[in-house]
Write a protein that binds this ligand. Structure first.
Ligand SMILES: O=P(O)(O)OC[C@H]1O[C@H](O[C@H]2O[C@H](CO)[C@@H](O)[C@H](O)[C@H]2O)[C@H](O)[C@@H](O)[C@@H]1O
Length: 405
């Protein structure tokens, strides 16, 4: 396997940054490389592969981003960007659509763009023939519907039940921008892999699974992978003090903006403006910028009515996906078919990885057409549930057929 260092800066690759973060001098010495950080666990990759580099070495490779900092135009462009990424939905005849007002301004449909993963279900199965499906899913907007209060983004009982069945038949991972503990509290399935904080906090199953997928056989019958070893990885642990500091500062600065909510996601921070009057979005942007100016080693991306502040390391959901495959010894394996389902911009990194690897498939959850690296779409979490149920049903049937032969 080629040993590359993926843990370099976004700025070096020029990928992934949705909004420019104002550059300035570091506020204090408590940032990268500063004391008091939680211990870094080396990645458990079976062959010390491309994820073997420690986060200290990664931090050394950091350089500042060359970003604009001044002028009112800058804030205007932030607000434009916030609007573009979260346009208010104009109520259309499709009355069930977007109670959350962040899909699209028109009622265009997917027809003619991407194919539905439900309609193409048999084709997806055909592609996966003879391969081990590895299920990856985002959480918010994918397994749970988007709601105003991020603390109340519960998954339905049916979704949880189905996810448990999915995990019985396929290695299954939740990959989310959320703090890992928080998403775990929503999902409460110990047999899953979790990659929280946009993949910067990865942990394998904590419960021995009764699953039927742990040993994966190669076409010659040899064992090519399994989850025999514990998976745990935190490539951004040095950033914890900095993230804590930024969280406190953002809480204070946005305190007076009604509806604004700051969420601590351990290795990143989310500033929610879903419930903020649009007239005050520029204030949100202003305050976030004023804080981020002090932290050149943090960057800003956008999700659905949320500004996400995270370390400027080259690490994202796509790399988390690759890391998990490698941890299971499956990264070079053609007998694996990863299926990644997600609704957010950050999920595009994972879709892109699959597209580039020409492996598995990405499924975008969206009611409206978007530019995407995914291969299929599902409209909403209810359709995700339908897809997962079909997958379970199909697997059960094929196992039954196999055992009766
Ligand atoms: O990667 P994800 O699991 O999609 O996480 C991205 C963000 O998801 C959450 O926010 C989103 O869902 C909330 C609840 O439905 C909604 O109120 C918010 O507007 C959405 O942006 C989560 O709260 C954030 O921390 C994540 O960054």
């Amino acid at each position: 396997m080629t040993k590359q260092n993926p843990l370099a800066l976004e700025a070096e690759s020029g990928i992934g940054t949705d909004m420019a973060v104002a550059a300035g001098k570091p506020k204090s010495s408590s940032g990268v490389g500063g004391g008091g950080c939680s211990a870094h666990k080396p990645p458990p990759g079976p062959c010390g592969g491309k994820f073997a580099m420690g986060s200290a070495a990664m931090a050394e490779r950091m350089v500042l981003k060359d970003l604009e900092i001044n002028g009112p135009a800058r804030i205007n462009s932030w607000v434009d960007s916030m609007r573009a990424s979260s346009p208010t939905h104009i109520k259309s005849t499709a009355s069930s659509l977007s109670a959350n007002g962040d899909d699209h301004t028109n009622s265009a449909d997917w027809t003619g763009n991407l194919a539905s993963a439900l309609a193409m279900f048999d084709e997806i199965l055909k592609q996966s023939e003879g391969k081990q499906i590895f299920m990856f899913s985002d959480y918010d907007g994918t397994l749970s519907p988007i709601v105003d209060d991020p603390d109340r983004a519960f998954m339905s009982v049916a979704m949880r039940r189905t996810l448990r069945k999915v995990a019985k038949y396929f290695p299954t991972a939740i990959v989310t921008g959320r703090c890992r503990d928080k998403v775990y509290n929503f999902v409460r399935l110990a047999e899953l892999y979790y990659a929280g904080s946009h993949g910067m906090d990865i942990k394998g199953p904590t419960k021995p699974s009764k699953s039927k997928h742990m040993i994966i056989k190669g076409s010659d019958g040899s064992c090519i992978g399994g989850n025999s070893q514990a998976v745990e990885f935190q490539p951004a642990s040095e950033f914890i003090p900095m993230i804590n500091e930024v969280y406190e500062a953002l809480m204070e600065k946005t305190n007076s903006i009604f509806g604004c909510k700051v969420e601590h996601n351990k290795f990143c921070v989310s500033v929610h403006f879903r419930c903020v009057d649009e007239k005050r979005w520029s204030e949100v942007a202003q305050e976030v910028r004023s804080v981020l100016k002090q932290y050149p080693k943090l960057r800003l991306t956008q999700g659905r009515k949320v500004l996400e502040i995270r370390p400027i390391i080259r690490w994202d959901k796509g790399m988390a996906l690759e890391f998990l495959l490698e941890s299971l010894g499956l990264d070079n394996c053609t007998d694996v078919f990863p299926v990644y389902i997600g609704d957010d911009r950050s999920d595009e990194d994972a879709f892109k990885v699959l597209r580039e690897r020409k492996q598995g498939c990405g499924i975008l959850v969206s009611r409206f057409p978007k530019n995407t690296n995914a291969s299929y779409y599902l409209r909403e979490p209810a359709e995700v549930l339908g897809f997962l149920r079909r997958l379970v049903k199909w697997k059960r049937c094929s196992l039954r057929t196999q055992s009766s032969q």
